[in-house]
Design a protein. Structure first.
Lengths: 329, 403
């Protein structure tokens, strides 16, 4: 169905009736509608003018004096720094590390630079800085937890003590309890490489951290006696060598389950204590789940003194020893 | 994100009620009915505005109610046009095919159409709608697009609907008074017919009669297009008036009797069968013969159909009106009115049914016109036209639109 709207000049269509809106012929409802429309149009016009004028003013100010915005926004200096952390770093450390100018404004503050300063130490895994108006800077830190410690040569040539986190990152450590740190095993058998101002992360550490966490949780007495964890054979033999206060060499396999290896270690030590008084020289948990070679030193079980300093490698060759294989159920 | 949808109001200024239906037309997604407003009509008699202020107030109240229901502002109005002032005529025009190969060109079609629409009207008359009929090529019907067909004489024809200029202007001014513009004016019968007839009905031949309170609009479709339209200035209100005069009751009482006991044909044979006016046995309550009520209503209904038949100008039969007669409008709810139509027109008659997607709120036959206005708005004017027109509405024009 179609209808033609064209028509000859002789005829008049309803479309020729003028439809201009005249308020005088409008009903009150129509006039109200018209007035609302006019008001809306005026408001939109005014808003448009204000926006254009504002944009022009901003452009003019930015082009003439860019510092005006920064100085205007920074009129209120930072009065307080709030620290929220899951670790041991305190507000004093944060203030010292941030090293903010006394009169620096909150808006003037370069949050990215401040974040870089905080994360310059590897102890901070993540830092979030938030402006809380009117004058508070909120610092939220996610800190790394050390699981090992090591000695390494610093860029200046001096030997220093470092901590190793669960993800393998090496950091100097600040704010930790010294007694707590003294109970951490040393890390040996690893060569550190530099990456910028830091040491590069040690790849095998996440697996070592799993072993240490399991040991601390399930055999705390054994863990307390561990002095050195060596990665000497980690790359080639996939083995970890742990030197404890009593046993010079405990070999773990990186390939198999640590929980089972710890259970076998605990069992062997218990049985040895019950059967023999000879000191154990080496326990190799990496051979088999059922057969664990254990070598003994001559002489009665002797309490060894913990080493006064970390060693890079663990000696596994006693002067005279006998080898026994434990057959486990 | 730009929202390309428009809010269109279909407005029907009827003799008893004013209906406004708001549709949200989104290109490519059809129309969504989002608001409806209804108001008792004042200042309207037989579809013609007789009191501008009263009619304006009532129409604007319905528009406000519809806008509040839809919670949107109307962009433009599709206005239904009815009333006894509307008349129509067919004006054929024949042109010779200009091409040497006797192939019909678009130019030939254009000339035939312009010639068909060129008939001058009397003073004070104004064209409401042109309805194009199928072309004839050398006396044979060739449909709406004879381009590149072979022939010598091309005949185009238009059914021109015209009305009283003052009446049409008044109805437009009523809409203008609400700060809105009339985007399209469509005959009430065409709007209702679009909703109630199928393409197959229209192709075969169907008569649709919309019996309102003051007027009865009809449209006869053939070959898929509206062939004849017309308006009879008699409607359901006349049934009420007849009852009031014949039974000597008030119009309100007559309306009650019509709704309760009126029928399209006389079914009662017992003259002693009486019905109560109110049924509450209060003072003033009295009885009337059921047969008298049915005789009065059936006579007037038959008269309406006879007048429609006379205006059609031919006898309807199963050849020219195989799809029968479709009845709609408020008065079509009169029981057995379809039987009366069947007797008069000689073809089956039935009540029009709105599509299933129309909600319960709008399923009343009296709403078929406003529904058809919106339907006509998206089908009579192609969707692509709506889409093409949209980019012309620039941001600034939309921003400062006064509608």
């Amino acid at each position: 169905m179609s209808s033609h709207r064209a028509h000859s000049s002789a005829t008049i269509s309803w479309r020729d009736i003028p439809q201009e809106v005249k308020p005088t012929v409008m009903s009150p409802a129509g006039r109200r509608r018209l007035n609302r429309q006019l008001i809306r149009n005026v408001l939109i016009g005014v808003l448009a003018v204000v926006l254009v004028a504002g944009a022009f003013e901003i452009w003019r100010t930015v082009s003439r004096n860019p510092q005006r915005f920064a100085s205007a926004a920074g009129s209120r200096p930072v009065e307080e720094i709030t620290l929220e952390t899951n670790g041991v770093l305190d507000l004093a450390w944060a203030e010292q590390t941030l090293a903010l100018r006394r009169d620096v404004g909150l808006m003037e503050l370069d949050l990215y630079a401040a974040k870089e300063r905080l994360m310059a130490t590897n102890q901070v895994r993540q830092a979030v800085l938030t402006r809380k108006f009117p004058a508070t800077l909120v610092v939220q830190l996610d800190e790394r937890t050390p699981v090992l410690r090591l000695r390494a040569r610093q860029p200046g040539g001096q030997t220093g003590e470092f901590l190793v986190a669960t993800d393998g990152e090496v950091f100097t450590g600040s704010g930790f309890d010294r007694d707590e740190l003294a109970r951490l095993p040393w890390l040996g058998g690893v060569g550190l490489t530099r990456a910028g101002n830091h040491f590069a992360a040690i790849d095998a550490i996440p697996r070592v951290a799993d072993l240490l966490a399991l040991a601390r949780e399930n055999v705390p007495d054994l863990y307390a006696s561990w002095r050195v964890v060596s990665l000497e054979r980690a790359a080639h033999d996939r083995q970890l060598i742990v030197q404890s206060a009593e046993i010079p060499e405990i070999i773990f396999s990186l390939e198999s389950d640590f929980y089972g290896q710890l259970a076998r270690l605990d069992l062997i030590i218990e049985r040895n204590r019950a059967r023999s008084l000879r000191p154990v020289q080496s326990i190799n948990l990496a051979v088999d789940a059922q057969q664990v070679p254990v070598s003994f030193r001559d002489g009665p079980l002797a309490r060894q003194q913990p080493p006064s300093r970390p060693v890079r490698s663990v000696s596994a060759k006693p002067s005279s020893s006998s080898l026994v294989t434990f057959r486990l159920p | 994100m730009k929202n390309p949808s428009r809010h269109i109001a279909a407005v029907e200024i009827g003799t008893s009620k004013i209906n406004v239906l708001i549709g949200q037309i989104t290109p490519g997604r059809g129309v969504s009915l989002i608001g409806f407003g209804e108001c008792q009509a004042n200042g309207v008699a037989k579809g013609v505005i007789t009191d501008f202020k009263q009619a304006s107030d009532a129409t604007h109240a319905a528009l406000v109610a519809a806008e509040q229901d839809a919670r949107v502002k109307i962009d433009e109005v599709f206005l239904a046009q009815t009333g006894g002032h509307l008349r129509g005529f067919h004006h054929p025009a024949t042109v010779n095919v200009e091409s040497a190969e006797n192939l019909v060109s678009r130019n030939d079609m254009q000339r035939a159409c312009e010639l068909a629409m060129s008939k001058e009207l009397e003073d004070g008359r104004i064209v409401v709608q042109y309805l194009q009929r199928p072309y004839l090529l050398d006396g044979k019907m060739v449909g709406p697009n004879p381009e590149r067909l072979h022939g010598e004489k091309l005949e185009g024809g238009c059914w021109t609907v015209h009305g009283d200029q003052a009446v049409v202007t008044n109805s437009i001014h009523v809409i203008q008074g609400f700060n809105l513009k009339v985007a399209d004016m469509i005959l009430s019968s065409l709007a209702a017919g679009t909703m109630l007839t199928t393409q197959q009905d229209r192709q075969q031949g169907v008569l649709m009669i919309d019996i309102g309170a003051g007027t009865s609009d009809f449209v006869y479709y053939r070959h898929g297009v509206p062939f004849i339209t017309g308006v009879v200035a008699v409607g359901g209100g006349h049934l009420t008036n007849d009852l009031a005069l014949g039974l000597r009751v008030t119009e309100g009482q007559a309306e009650k009797l019509k709704l309760r006991h009126g029928r399209g044909v006389v079914a009662s044979r017992d003259k002693s069968d009486k019905v109560w006016l109110n049924g509450d046995l209060a003072i003033g309550d009295r009885q009337f013969p059921r047969m008298a009520i049915e005789t009065i209503t059936a006579a007037r209904v038959q008269e309406i159909f006879e007048v429609v038949k006379k205006k059609l100008g031919f006898e309807t039969n199963s050849d020219n009106c195989p799809a029968g007669v479709i009845l709609t409008g408020g008065t079509s709810r009169l029981p057995h009115i379809e039987d009366a139509a069947t007797r008069v027109f000689g073809v089956p008659a039935h009540l029009g049914e709105l599509p299933a997607w129309v909600g319960e709120k709008l399923s009343h036959p009296a709403h078929s016109t406003v529904l058809g206005l919106l339907h006509y708005g998206i089908t009579g004017r192609s969707d692509t036209a709506l889409v093409r027109r949209k980019p012309k509405r620039t941001f600034l024009r939309k921003l400062f639109a006064t509608a």
